[in-house]
Design a protein around this ligand. Sequence first.
Ligand code: M6R
Length: 611
Amino acid sequence: MCGIVAYIGHREAYPVILKGLKRLEYRGYDSAGVALLNGGLKVYKKQGKVADLEETLVGKDLHSNIGIGHTRWATHGEPCDRNAHPHLSGNGKLSMIHNGIIENYVQIKKELVSKGYEFVSDTDTEVLLKFIEDIHLNNEGSLEEAVRIALKRVVGAYVIVLLDADNPDTLIAARKGSPLVIGIGKGEHFLASDASPIIEYTKEVVYVNDYEVAIIKKDELILKNLGNEKITPFITKLDLELAAIEKGGYDHFMLKEIFEQPSTIFDCLRGRLDAHNGTITMSGIQQYADQLVNANRIIIIACGTSWHAGLVAEYIFEEVTRIPVEVEYASEFRYRNPIVNKGDVIIAISQSGETADTLVAIESAKSNGAIILGVVNVVGSSIARTSHGGAYTHAGPEIGVASTKAFTGQLAVLTMMALKIGLMKGTLSEKRFIHLLNELNDVPEKVSAALLQHEKIREIALKYQDAKDALYLGRGYNFPIALEGALKLKEISYIHAEGYPAAEMKHGPIALVDENLPVVFVATKDSFHEKVLSNMQEIKARKGKVIAVVSEGDDAADALADDTIIVPYADELIAPMINVIPMQLLAYYIGVAKGFDVDKPRNLAKSVTVE
Ligand code: M6R
């Protein structure tokens, strides 16, 4: 949540920062701002998107070789110019950007007010900045020291970057809980919330760790802990190409990412699944395979779409490994004193690897001695680094706020894990293992075939775009896909939608059904198929409109539905990866038809780094 960019070096800082902010806009787009040193400290900020800020700055003298920039997802204080970052200190000498939440800001603010400080914004950020300023003004030491003193008092999460008019050759940054990447160039440094603003300049980066303070000059990077001890920066090489973060001819990132799925799933399987030799190799879980085989329980923690992937995994793991699985919302798990025993294995799922609730839930489980396996998309992210082991989904950068290709990557990884453990444990027969392995191997091709339905799905979207509500139903492995379909529709088209197990519909939601209610059935052929057809009949009998995702050749389902989307048949364990494609496309086309910004839906942010 919130994107930060900063630059120091020989280039013009403003264009670097502006371009970086556009790449980070997925993290929040309530307001944007920059601070530059150009004959003194200059701060420009504006409510709205980065493009709105850019427009207001046309024709201004923005020359500076040092600067900081911010794109905001509002937490404290409404989205407006006043609450936009960067903020200014009382004496106008310091400017600061912040991603995170300072939980004890009310107490600190009280103390500052009693000393005569005034506040122009409603933000916790301005409080932290003036707190640092106050310490700095009343201490002999450097600004860096004031930052360390202040941060020892702070409760919460932050990445901060400070620009000091009195030190025009230095940026000071610090991190706890929110992400910070520093790119190392020749005589220049780039700071950002993720690597996307950095890759076109350098591939050498340092991921700053919690409780570290960075003192950055154009040709020097010093890292220290809060105790003022130096830490050697660990330089990592980025494995990311610029093309991966551009739209590549598509109207939206979301559409590009939906259509990338045959290749992202292929990339996820590649080097792990060997259909020819009948093996699955996952180096990141190899070391923990015995713990998984002997686990008393698997606890999956995640949020949002990743939580839906966890639900699918629950069905698969229980079926093939016979290990009991619990799927937990990270935000609930972390606060309810959960029972985690030795012998439990935690699987944490996250696209961004930065979701605050998931991160804290992991830390609490870890402190109880649990093994943590991460299923993460963003390489080098906080969750990836804090997990004991795990596997990357290799879906590449996901920029559309609605998660699509990361979800199918998560399912691919989790399915491989379950099959491997099931085979090792002997709860999955060799014959069924080989069958499922081949089915998994065919997923990229079947996803390509499902994508061919895009024109038909667009027509269905146009037909139902004015619906006020929608119901999504599925059973078994398809129930989480119904939940995911409803979430996608809510996020992108702002239509109220609910996902339910199809049979559960009779226990309440059926009261909603009338001739205006579209009901989306995920009704591909599986062990529950006949039952799902009965549920479809029940909706038809009440004049509901049935949109059904059905397996090719299923005339019975086709005949019952008002609108049919045909997908290739796959074994029920594997089918969710294919059946989710129409869910994604339907939401996308409805959102576009309604004229919404599908890549940046209102009120959302890609990476939820606040609780
Ligand atoms: O990065 P994570 O997978 O941890 O994010 C979890 C959720 O915030 C995320 O899936 C969210 O629900 C998406 N907007 C769904 O499209």
